[in-house]
Design a protein around this ligand. Structure first.
Ligand code: HEM
Length: 165
């Protein structure tokens, strides 16, 4: 795999530094877990609220949608921190992760999480603009929220399995 070999060569100084520096290992792993805790914590709690309002009226749901709208930026900040630190973890051991099915499985789950999150955001914004949609689309929103919660845990599980593989 010439591309992977080139990447391993380019990343060598970082991999060498990372393997020797306990400070770098601690800071980056903390950023990874911290980003996940921040972004995932906010997202999972919003997803749970969507489920809790499955029998609520339009007014209560509209209030929640406005609240969730304000959460998107902080969730994205958490995702960016987890992703940047994830890339640094990845390039610190390309030889292992580059050919690991577990790693690419985790990346596939991560991609699904992002696509599902974007779909949720678009639906929520549409429902906010046209409150007539709130009743009809809440079921679909609930299903996507469950998918979001599940994917956050699947990605976290993928990371833990990677670490212990
Ligand atoms: C929602 C986003 C993410 C979550 C929830 C997440 C979660 C985790 C968790 C829980 C661990 C195990 C940490 C430990 O046991 O100490 C981990 C490790 C890891 N993650 Fe992620 N991760 C995410 C995104 C990413 C991304 C985008 C990448 C790569 C581009 C990545 C690459 C890695 C790697 C390579 C490890 C193994 C580190 C090691 O063995 O030292 N992660 N992740």
């Amino acid at each position: 795999m010439p591309l992977l070999e080139t990447m391993i060569e380019v990343a060598k100084p970082w991999a060498k530094f990372y393997s020797k520096s306990h400070v770098a290992q601690g800071v980056i792993m903390f950023a990874h877990i911290g980003g996940m805790l921040w972004g995932g914590g906010l997202a999972v709690s919003a997803d749970r609220s969507v489920w809790k309002l499955r029998r609520a009226g339009a007014e209560e749901r509209a209030r929640l949608l406005a609240e969730i709208d304000r959460l998107h930026v902080p969730v994205v900040v958490g995702l960016i921190i987890a992703s940047l630190s994830g890339v640094l973890l990845f390039v610190a051991d390309l030889e292992t992760y580059g050919t690991s099915f577990l790693f690419w499985g985790k990346m596939a789950a991560f991609a699904l999480l992002l696509v599902n999150g974007r779909w949720l955001q678009v639906q929520e914004q549409r429902m906010q603009k046209a409150s007539g949609l709130i009743a009809g689309r809440w079921g679909a929103l609930t299903i996507a929220s469950w998918a979001s919660m599940t994917l956050w845990f699947v990605v976290a599980l993928g990371g833990v399995l990677l670490k212990n593989a």
